[in-house]
Design a protein around this ligand. Structure first.
Ligand SMILES: NC(=O)c1ccc[n+]([C@@H]2O[C@H](COP(=O)([O-])OP(=O)(O)OC[C@H]3O[C@@H](n4cnc5c(N)ncnc54)[C@H](OP(=O)(O)O)[C@@H]3O)[C@@H](O)[C@H]2O)c1
Length: 299
């Protein structure tokens, strides 16, 4: 891809960002459609978010993806927030139109598309959610709209889980909150779907113990990990060993990325190609990119 003076730049803001496969995926799509665009990632710390968003206008970036841990706080810095993103309370995609920044949430639809691809029918199902951050908000609102009958939320900080539960009740959800103790394990026994919306198990901390182990996972459960790097997290390995069905975060990543691409370019995203880009790179996931380069040089 030739970068010129007219190349439109898109970016990812987050902390961490080195694990992200979004640059690989979005650049593959730009190339395939021969668009004069490129996508890069920026490490943006908590206290740098306001300045980074201001820079989207100053540097005339085409748009931005927002990831951990900024999806909720970023709303305060935008000119406009799409209705669904406002209801979710989290933004993962910003479109810059001549300095006017509008926020969207493509995680919610991306997650539902991913669930749909494994034939999971959400209507009437009971869900347990681990986490109450930006991704959990998107997933929970999506599940309520898709007819989930109950959502139990467990989170390290209970006040954040309570705040999400309050928002979900406003849209008619039957929802409860518990810590990672007995009531969490009981809820899991009675659930149809367990979602990990925390970074536990994500590179470079992929060896960390999951929040729940195989002896607590009933085999009828579908276990979904939003983490996609590594593609098979320790949680998913525990779940598979317990006889559960499993789904990783790659499907959500690809679908949310396709929707963001469409918001930025007005063009249909090449879904198959995004999937291939992620799958190819996925073989190197869980490896520091510098080490990968070193290994190639050594060959
Ligand atoms: N596959 C995809 O396309 C996709 C899309 C979105 C997100 N994700 C992934 O989902 C994860 C969460 O992202 P996010 O944007 O929601 O982040 P976030 O807004 O920062 O929220 C993180 C959540 O995880 C909890 N958490 C963090 N570290 C924890 C730990 N060590 N033990 C227990 N809980 C912990 C936090 O609890 P506290 O409230 O106590 O801090 C919070 O509820 C990330 O790994 C992200 O990459 C994947």
């Amino acid at each position: 891809m030739l970068i010129s003076g007219s190349t439109k730049v898109f970016a990812l803001f987050g902390d961490p960002v080195t694990h992200s496969l979004s640059p690989i995926m979005q650049n593959a799509a730009f190339r395939a459609l021969q668009l004069d665009c490129c996508y890069v990632s920026f490490l943006v710390r908590q206290d740098g978010l306001a300045v980074a968003v201001k820079a989207v206008r100053e540097l005339n970036l085409g748009g931005v993806n927002i990831t951990i841990p900024h999806k909720e706080r970023v709303l305060a810095y935008l000119d406009q927030v799409d209705e669904r993103a406002l209801q979710i309370g989290a933004v993962n995609t910003i479109v810059n139109q001549d300095g006017h920044l509008c926020g969207y949430n493509t995680d919610a639809s991306g997650f539902l598309a991913s669930l749909g691809s494994v034939g999971f029918e959400t209507k009437g199902k009971r869900v347990v959610m681990m986490g109450a951050g930006g991704a959990a908000r998107a997933v929970a609102v999506a599940l309520v709209h898709a007819g989930a009958s109950r959502i139990d939320i467990s989170n390290r900080s209970l006040n954040r889980a309570e705040s999400l539960a309050d928002d979900l009740r406003k849209i008619g959800a039957d929802v409860d909150v518990c810590d990672y103790g007995v009531c969490f394990f009981e809820a899991v026994q009675n659930a149809d779907l367990l979602v990990n919306a925390t970074p536990v198990g994500m590179y470079p901390n992929h060896e960390d113990a999951p929040l729940i182990m195989r002896d607590r996972l009933p085999p009828h459960l579908l276990v979904c990990d939003l983490v996609y790097n590594p593609p098979q997290t320790r949680l998913l390995k525990e779940a598979a060993a317990a006889g559960c069905s499993v789904i990783n975060g790659v499907g959500t990543l690809v679908h949310q990325g396709a929707l963001a691409f469409e918001l930025w370019t007005g063009r249909k995203a090449p879904l198959d190609l995004l999937q291939i880009a992620v799958d190819t790179r996925g073989r190197f996931s869980c490896v520091n990119p510098d080490q990968t380069r070193d290994r190639r040089r050594d060959r």
